[in-house]
Design a binder for this molecule. Structure first.
Ligand code: SF4
Length: 279
């Protein structure tokens, strides 16, 4: 689920014909494409390292997503500037996502091990929070974890298990269906932050029908920027978090049993949630 409000709705991708394939490395002229996966991951890594160096006493669980969001917003601004500087390009469509719209919260969400730790830490801090029925939340997490384990155990191979998880349609255990909001919004994973849509009706159909063929609505720029954020967390997150082991709460909530590093859910799905690709 994207941010609840989008004060400046994101614009569309830079010129596709001129954008090199992410991860393609340096251009023939020797300049590295700033939109390559490697360049974006390095840029985010530098940003995070810089913050960590200047705030050594702050646990990453309190600022990491904030820095990632800020980095993503800056990249988004870059993208918009590039697009607006090319008058020949049409104005880009904007996401239809709005607060309270939670169709995208009815599927399996893949997370990196680092994100599972961040989420677990966040949930641990919720324990004294009277607004959240933490025990009920943990029970939902445990049930969802059992469902995932069963699907994975029944699948003959990893590909089949990924396909089975992609067909899951149930409310996320962290979703407050009554209020239409995420109970761990500040710590929601990258795959939730990157979610976007141009047509809410298609999201509704996708939510209701695991075989819905027409859900290819994600904007390219979201995939480029947030795909890099996912890769950053997959590669650097654990090391970063382990820099301050005392700052991370023990994984004593259900997610720790569901998505520990190396588990099928944490590792096999490191390519992201099984959302359809943008056309
Ligand atoms: S973690 Fe939050 S935003 Fe992500 S699917 Fe669950 S309820 Fe929705």
């Amino acid at each position: 689920m994207p941010p609840p409000s989008r004060p400046s709705p994101r614009r569309q991708e830079p010129p596709a014909a001129r954008r090199r394939r992410p991860g393609a490395g340096p251009s023939p002229g020797g300049r590295q494409d700033p939109w390559s996966l490697e360049a974006l991951v390095r840029s985010l890594r530098d940003r995070v390292r810089s913050y960590a160096a200047s705030h050594p006493d702050e646990p990453p669980s309190l600022w990491l997503y904030r820095e990632i969001d800020s980095w993503a917003a800056d990249r988004d601004d870059d993208w918009k500037r590039r697009r607006s500087s090319r008058a020949v390009l049409p104005l880009a469509p904007e996401p239809s996502c709005r607060p309270g719209c939670v169709h995208c919260c009815y599927q399996h969400v893949a997370v990196t091990p680092a994100e599972a730790r961040l989420l677990a830490d966040h949930l641990a801090r919720l324990r004294p929070n009277a607004e959240v029925e933490v025990e009920a939340l943990l029970a939902r997490l445990s049930r969802a974890a059992e469902d995932c384990r069963r699907l994975i155990a029944e699948a003959p191979d990893p590909r089949a298990s990924r396909l089975a998880l992609a067909r899951v349609r149930r409310p996320c255990p962290l979703l407050d269906e009554r209020l239409g909001r995420c109970l761990a919004y500040d710590a929601r994973p990258v795959n939730c932050r990157r979610e976007n849509s141009l047509d809410v009706e298609v999201c509704r159909r996708y939510r209701d029908d695991p075989d819905c063929p027409d859900s290819s609505l994600r904007l390219v720029r979201y995939d480029v920027i947030w795909g890099a954020a996912f890769a950053f967390l997959a590669r650097w997150g654990p090391a970063l978090l382990l820099l301050k082991p005392g700052a991370i709460e023990p994984l004593d909530v259900a997610l720790s049993r569901t998505m520990t590093p190396g588990s099928p859910i944490g590792a096999e799905d490191a390519g992201g949630a099984d959302h359809p690709a943008e056309p």
